[in-house]
Design a protein around this ligand. Sequence first.
Ligand code: CA
Length: 527
Amino acid sequence: MILSREGKNIISHIGYFLLKSLLLIAFGVISHHAIAQTSTLERPNVIIINADDIGYGDLSSYGATKVRTPNIDKIAEQGISFTDAHSASAVCSPSRYGLMTGQYPARQEHLWGPLMLKEPLSIDTDQMTIARLMKEAGYKTAIIGKWHLGFGRREELLDWNKPLKPGPLELGFDYYYGVPVLNSHPPFVYVENHHVVGLVPEDPLVYGKMSTAREFDEKFELDAIGGGEAAHALYKDREIGTNLKNRAINWIRENREGPFFLYFATTNIHHPFTPAPQFIASSDAGPYGDSIHELDWMVGEITKALEEEGLVDNTLLIFTSDNGGMFNRGGQTAWEAGHRLNGKLLGMKFGAWEGGHRVPFIVRWPGVAPAGKKSDELISNVDMLATLADIVARDLLDDEGPDSVNMINAFKGIEGDKPIRESLVISPFQKTHLTIRSGKWVYIGAQDEGGFGGTRIGQHMFAGAAAVGFTSQENSDIENGKIRAGAPPAQLYNLENDPYQTTNVYNHFPDVVRQMKALIEETMRDS
Ligand code: CA
């Protein structure tokens, strides 16, 4: 049903769906009835729930036992759970860039770490995004929650007292409400559309001043901003989850006539782990687990609202995460209680090992996605652009989502003879550790996981070889929590035989290493 990519430059976007239908009728490909049916299926409402730092082992439907996620599990029972889904990066901002643009963040020279207080918008305003795609297809579009992709132009220092643009509204969202950077980093305020909520001219936000909103550990003011007391007062850590959930539900109800596209980006379960009081000590995994319980409740409230509005059958609902679980102090406490953030996978958030970027990915699409199915198709959040383009019958131009692969067949539960994706590039924190998957092989360009640098238990950024020493996981490069002398210079794993990356086979398969290196170079040269 898809016209060739070669033909896409010729056809104007406007009226494309109509034209495509007429062509298909002309060639006798589908009947009128099929068009009516297809258009219903192809124009569902779409909700993407992008949780923050939910690891592969953080949901009960993915094997967790110290936390309970009945609402998310129910979505899994009603749809497809992917077991080989990856965020484009093991780091928040680049992962979100990949989701938004369908482009590998590694193509952006400076997009390896998380964006902070003063960073400009990291996406060009003329770039295709999932929001622009849906808006141009006639959808109402909103982002509610954590943005974390910057505001303003590169050449100007961002002034939080002025309209915050360009930002999400200049990339195709009709509406934005949420936490502008992240919940552990200032400004600790909400932004609605272009403005900080509650900010008054008499009390502007001022760089360099400390804010008063520092109730919790693990809130860092690497670049401080203070003032704006009324705006700061509206932001209460233990109310964020409830507030964002309420805003999302209100927006869904206001737009029930559809079609709508909601990108709901929670601050759960990023530290400092501040769920509402009713969730404190509700899990068996400390504040980390309690934060998962709040997330599950938020998801349940949203699905309940969809039921009340009669929107379940015509809504494609996706639940995923921006990166794997982090072994911060909350993560360590959870681990000591027996919770396995990333299941048995090796590695953590920010890192190149599987735990850093293999994440839960659940698709509920009644009548389209088979209920209760598990799929081992290799997919990524970078694939959302091409998949949504298929759903709204829009062909992408060459420079639109160049790294995005149409996963519609995977969403429909169709299993082909070959994987849909031939390869997938994944960014960890360190450029040197750029990672590529191809079939059963994964290649990492250097030693260790290339993520956080903490070396001792109790440190916020505990990770890498030292953390593997602590968790007693096995890896052939690591001895006593250190990379052993004589370990290969880079890493190759056969995930089919060795899903937990116990054995680096770099020295055993020099041809595969050469091919994987060449594949990275070739992929990153093309765009
Ligand atoms: Ca994250």
